[in-house]
Every structure is written in structure tokens, then in C-alpha cells.
Design a protein around this ligand. Structure first.
Ligand code: 13P
Ligand code: SF4
Length: 360
């Protein structure tokens, strides 16, 4: 396996703490939650709009999506759902690349997001010009980019991948004798490399949430709870992945919680996922994997600060004002849609399980 080796470049693609916003979660009392929910229901209906939310958004938001005929899922399945639902407006509650992917796949639909400031450290750590130059240096490699990238980065790729399908896709490319350039998540790429044996050149980005999980803390928890199984998202570092009983996408983790024969799980991914895990297996116990945290008292801060920008208040705001619309330049869209569509076709041909909502 290769990787970008220049230390300066490596630092450039990983965010400094100052680039990561504080986590601000919306606090609502029961009356306000009920009033906002009723208003959202009314506005969605009036605008023929559907709410598509990621598992990392707040329980309140996920509940509204489920209660209004919307959808809650992982990034691959959110993209698929957006293409299949009949609404003329998609409200994407998640981070910017999810809104952009929805727009790229559905140019005729209006795509709005509760907060346009909802970025992703992987997307921010992969500037399109620099990435294009990197690709130009390696013309012999098939370019595979994670969904967590901008439209401009996708436009430079042969394939898009998500954690739900990365192994299948790379196994397929490896069997065809292809060498791969993978961006931007170095941990996910390294996991795929270890699992498939493919020749992969890695970009050196990382997720600020998953990179913070600590193997020694998980090992200590495991010693306290020897009956617990460890579930890990592959954006986590290799030493954390090495402790896992199951490694997979957010949908995969929820499914594993329901199906694996254990009553207790230590979970290394964003804690927004606990809402659907508890719905899927209400009788089981879920324990957050420890992180370093931002503050001295923070034992487990495993929550994406950008996902936390989505809330019921900002959702009402965007529905009332109709702003925060996602636009993608048509020429860019024409190129960016190709690796995404290719992946969705590949997923369909493989009958990859893309389940969301309560079916996870
Ligand atoms: P999934 O594709 O597994 O939902 O992951 C998206 C993501 O941003 C994880 O941090
Ligand atoms: Fe990006 Fe990490 Fe947030 Fe997922 S959890 S959206 S990878 S910063």
C-alpha cells in the first residue's frame, strides 16, 4: 500500500482543531417540539417536499422524517431514495455532499438543506484542484472517491463508493486487474486495502469524528463488559478496526446490532446512530466507544458537529424561506453524475442490500 508521504501534505489534508466547529445540539421542550413538528408536516405537504435524513441527525429530526413519509438512512441509500421518490422538493438533512449528490442525481428537483454550513472533514480535506493534480500524476489508476466529496472531486472520478459497498466494488476492480487511487479517507481506504489485497494509492484525509476513537479505551471497556460485541465504522483507525467483531456502514452496524447474538454492543461511530439502533433492538444495550474528546471532561464526544447543525428550527426556517438551495453547475453535474450512477448500477447488479428506515 502507498500513501501520500510528504508530511506537509498530510497535515494539509487533515483539519486542525480550529477548523472544526463546536458541537451545538438543538434543545427543545415538548411543546416546542410538537409545534415545530406540526409546522414541518404542514409545510412539507404544501410544498410536495420529502425529508431525507442521515442516521447521524437528531432523534427529533429522524422521527419527523419517519412520521411524514420521508426517509432515514446511510449515504448510499439516501441517494437511491432521492431518485425513487416522487416529491418535487427534497429536503436533505445531513451534510453538504449528501445534498449535492441528491441534486446531481435529480437535477429537475429542488434540493434544500436546513444548514448550508454543514460540511464534512473529508470533503474539506480534498480540494478539487489538488486532487485533480494528484490524479494526473497517476493516470494508470482507476479513481475511486468516497461519497463524502464535492461535486468537483466526483467529476474527476471513475467511481463513487460508500462504506456500504466499498469492499464489493474494490474486489470487483481488483479482479479486473485494476490499480486504484482512493480518496479521501485514508482509514477507510486502508481497511479496503487490507480486506481485498488490491493495489491502492491513498489520499490522506480523515473523519474528525471516527479518527478520535481510542483502541485502548475500547479494550478497557471490553474488559469491563466481556459479553459485549464491538461494532466499528471503517472510517476509524486500524487499531480500532482490529478490535471489531463487525466493521461496516451505518446501515450495516444497525443490522448487526439487531441480528448478532449478543445483548450488549460497544459502538464506534457517531452517536446519532443510537436512535435507530434502539428502535431496531430495544431490548439490547449500546455503549459508546470512548474518544479523546475536545474537553477534559469529555469521555465520548462521538458526534459530528456538522450533522448537529440540522435541527427542527432550521428545518422550519428553510421550508418557510425556501433558501439554502443546492445548485450544481450543469457542466460539472454531467461529469459528476457518471461515477455516482455507475455505483448505483453496480449496487443494483450486485443486489447490494440498501435498506433504510426501520428495515435496517
Ligand atoms: P455511511 O455511508 O455509512 O452512512 O457513512 C457516512 C458518513 O459520513 C460516516 O461518517
Ligand atoms: Fe464527515 Fe465524519 Fe461527519 Fe461523516 S461523521 S459527515 S465523515 S465529518
Amino acid at each position: 500500500m502507498n500513501a501520500l508521504t510528504d508530511a506537509g501534505a498530510a497535515r494539509r489534508h487533515r483539519l486542525t482543531p480550529e477548523q472544526v466547529p463546536d458541537i451545538v445540539t438543538e434543545q427543545l421542550d415538548a411543546d416546542e417540539k410538537a409545534a415545530l413538528t406540526a409546522r414541518i408536516r404542514e409545510l412539507l405537504k404544501a410544498q410536495n417536499a420529502t425529508l431525507v435524513a442521515h442516521y447521524y441527525t437528531s432523534p427529533e429530526l429522524q422521527e419527523v422524517a419517519d412520521a411524514t413519509g420521508g426517509y432515514v438512512s446511510d449515504s448510499l441509500d439516501m441517494a437511491r431514495f432521492g431518485t425513487e421518490c416522487s416529491a418535487s422538493t427534497l429536503i436533505v438533512a445531513g451534510v453538504r455532499f449528501m445534498g449535492e449528490t441528491a441534486k446531481i442525481l435529480n437535477p429537475e428537483k429542488r434540493v434544500l438543506m436546513p444548514d448550508l454550513g454543514a460540511e464534512c472533514s473529508l470533503d474539506l480535506g480534498c480540494p478539487p484542484d489538488e486532487f485533480a493534480a494528484f490524479c494526473d500524476q497517476h493516470p494508470d489508476r482507476e479513481v475511486v472517491v468516497y461519497a463524502n466529496t464535492s461535486a468537483a472531486v466526483k467529476a474527476r472520478a471513475d467511481w463513487m463508493a460508500t462504506s456500504g459497498i466499498a469492499l464489493d466494488l474494490v474486489k470487483h476492480l481488483h479482479a479486473e486487474g485494476k490499480k486504484i487511487l482512493w480518496a479521501p479517507d485514508r482509514h477507510l481506504g486502508a481497511w479496503v486495502q487490507r480486506e481485498t489485497g488490491a493495489d491502492i494509492l491513498l489520499w490522506d484525509g480523515s473523519c474528525v469524528v471516527h479518527e478520535a476513537f481510542k483502541a485502548d479505551g475500547i479494550a478497557r471497556l471490553k474488559a469491563e463488559h466481556p459479553d459485549a460485541l464491538v461494532l466499528v465504522h471503517p472510517e476509524s483507525p486500524a487499531e480500532v478496526v482490529a478490535l471489531a467483531d463487525f466493521v461496516g456502514s451505518t446501515t450495516g452496524i444497525i443490522k448487526a446490532a439487531r441480528e448478532l447474538p449478543a445483548q450488549k454492543f460497544i459502538v464506534a461511530t457517531d452517536n446519532g446512530i443510537f436512535h435507530k439502533m434502539r428502535e431496531a433492538a430495544p431490548e439490547k444495550t449500546f455503549i459508546e466507544a470512548p474518544t479523546g474528546g475536545k474537553g477534559a471532561t469529555c469521555v465520548s464526544c462521538a458526534h459530528c458537529p456538522w450533522m448537529a447543525m440540522n435541527g427542527l428550527r432550521s428545518l422550519v426556517g428553510v421550508l418557510e424561506r425556501g433558501d439554502n438551495e443546492i445548485f450544481v453547475d450543469p457542466a460539472l453535474r454531467e461529469r459528476a453524475v457518471q461515477p455516482i450512477q455507475r455505483l448505483l448500477d453496480f449496487a443494483r447488479s450486485r443486489r447490494t442490500v440498501v435498506l433504510g428506515n426501520n428495515d435496517a
